[in-house]
Design a protein around this ligand. Sequence first.
Ligand code: HEM
Length: 771
Amino acid sequence: MHLITAAAAACILIIPSIVILRRYRRAVAMISDFPGLRLIVSPMCSLGLVLPSLPMPLYTYPGFSFPSVLKHEGLFKHFKCDTVSLCGLLDGRAILYTCDVPFLTRMASHVGSTVFPKPIEEYGVLGYFGDNVVIAEGANWRRQRKVTAPAFSSKVFERLWVDMADITREMIQQENWDRRTEDFVPPPSPQFTPEGEYIPAEGEIYFPNVVDITLRMALAAIARTGFGIDFEWRTGESFTNTCQSFGESFYSTTLRVIYTIAHVTLKLILPTSVHTLLLHSLRRDPKPAQSSANGLVGRLHLLAVNIVHGPSQLPQEKMHLQEALHLVAKESTLKLAMASLPSWISKLPIRRLHRMNMAFECLQQELGRMVTQRRKELMNPAEPLSPAPSMNSSESGDSFYSQSSSKSSPVLSDNSDLLSNLVRSAVQTEKAGGVTLTEEEIVGNAYIYLLAGHETTAHSLAWTLALLAAYPEQQEKAYQEIIEGDPSEDTIIRDYPKFRFLLACYYETLRLFPPVQQIPKIAAEDTQIVIERTNEEGEDAFNTFPEDVVDFPRATKTPTLHVTRASISGHRTRPSLSAIKVGGLPLRADSSFGVPSLPCTPATTPPKEYVRLPGDPSTPTRSEFLGPMPFTQLSKDGQPVNAELPFVATDQTRVVIKKDTIIFISPPAVHYNPKYWKDPHQFNPERFLKPYHKGAFIPFGVGTRACLGRKFSEVESVCMLVHLLRNYSVHLPVRPGETVEDVRAQFSKASVRITLTPDKIPLIFRKRNQD
Ligand code: HEM
């Protein structure tokens, strides 16, 4: 018996251990061409999300947020390679982390995207509202992208500019920013509470966390320009008056639980026990008591049944569309987290969960209704276009836009919002006989605009304001640009190109704080690539890289040419030492914790270098450099299928990326890589006014799957900055004894949720003409 127990216990322990070990060894073998970390738990698995990071230099566990914390300085610098590997024993996934621009650019190109698609299984939860472009791959993605891309038309940006100007004005007016008096003089020394909170001087506008307003502004932009919904900055009477009923009452959910307990107690236990009690204890005629007890039970039971089965008799909970929009935007992280748990958990009678579910249901229904309506109108153009839905039902169809259009712009009454454009594009595709989007897919894509465009833009705007506050000389340049470009305070989208410096400030912020911290890809096949080793001293050699010159290997027939940075910048890059094989022998990477070896093919063919002569028509164009065959795919027996990779230069090596390897492109590491950015930690917007390495600026993703809403976000942010900084200067609450760098370190603290989220950005606004 003992023997059987021991054998069973051994099986329970040993078999899973063997499975785990085999999986781990397989994963390690897949990524053994790259130096990196071998861990107990990988930061990319569910357990890794909750574990705290352990200190360097041991790298025992770098923590889920390590890309945002370590940037380029962590693993990449340590291993002297711009692509590093990660594998956790417990999850056994083969992971590569890369900030190698040529590699990631090729990976995301048209050819590369089929070899390295997006691992869409990880994104399934984003399909809550319907299939959409973010969670699609292959032919489905191409169809989605083809129909959704035209929605971002110039009309939308025209409208966005007007909407953003209105939103900023409304905020200033409704938050009473103009209360400051003319003769205000800032106090000589700033005051703080004992807890360290800034005490604003009379007339100053202080936000303990400016994200509170930027989130609201970005939401208003998506609501108005995105969906054509009137969004009030402050919700007054009309907000409560125009509630609509959605979902099941919270109280009925709670009562359902109570009912289940009551049902068992009242229906099964109580009648029997009451009966017995009455019969045996009272020893009188039990009938009246029994019948009254049964009557009571019956009544209670009926009540419970009514409560549970007749929710219509209960007062319905109500939710306004604006509130739903706000809650969906706010609770999306929670909703996504709930998706990995059993579904009953999200139905627990917890108020927050209940309101979240209601909000999602409400928005889905409302978007669905809007799509059906607009589609009907577009399919039958004889019918007039419906007005944008209003938050205020008493407006009887005359939307906010048609009212405000007279004061600001005539474009607002023509359903030029993103959602209408999307429906229009779908209808046009359908009419042209193409494969279009279903109504559900349109709603799915609309939800993605909210998810992808809200927090990303709001956090970036907050950080832009904070950085301008930290660097007053840059703020002054921005201000000068605004008053030169916007003397009448009545700009239109045509003025947008005037604000180059503001856009540069926004770009520089996105470089320093890229909202999307990692972009995953998966290797669909065994694929051979060329990677470059980090040049130990040559960082600056690449900074003068001309804008129009790219360093892609040219995939032609013999001889294959290759552009190296060294040849262009006039430097010879020195081969990286430890990471490269010398004399045909694989070297071990410089690591004390068991980093795998780096087998490299010896450079048998001398490198041929190609110098792109700018302006010379006889030299190949950028697209020729990109070429059709950036990878060598390998057959099952490891032989090249398309033998196009011709040589290995001194600072490069060929490696094989095995099928099913997950590759994370790391925007923070690319943005802080000194190869591409001089003084990468410095806030220097001017760098974007000169030629810069475009391939190394990837906050909006890279290649064919790059962000569809990039311009939307740029126009929105620049417009908001124009209208805010024109009238207000922005400052940091610097405590006595603190430097600006200290404050910058504080507002740079962030956590990685769906996007990079600042912990807290306190800011002070002061009216300009009174400075
Ligand atoms: C600062 C603002 C923004 C940043 C940093 C940003 C970043 C990104 C990134 C990195 C991707 C690529 C993800 C991947 O390859 O897996 C992406 C895709 C996307 N973004 Fe944005 N985004 C921003 C704003 C917006 C806005 C305002 C919208 C819409 C209104 C939007 C809509 C989309 C869509 C639809 C995609 C999917 C494209 C595709 O898969 O083909 N984004 N975004």
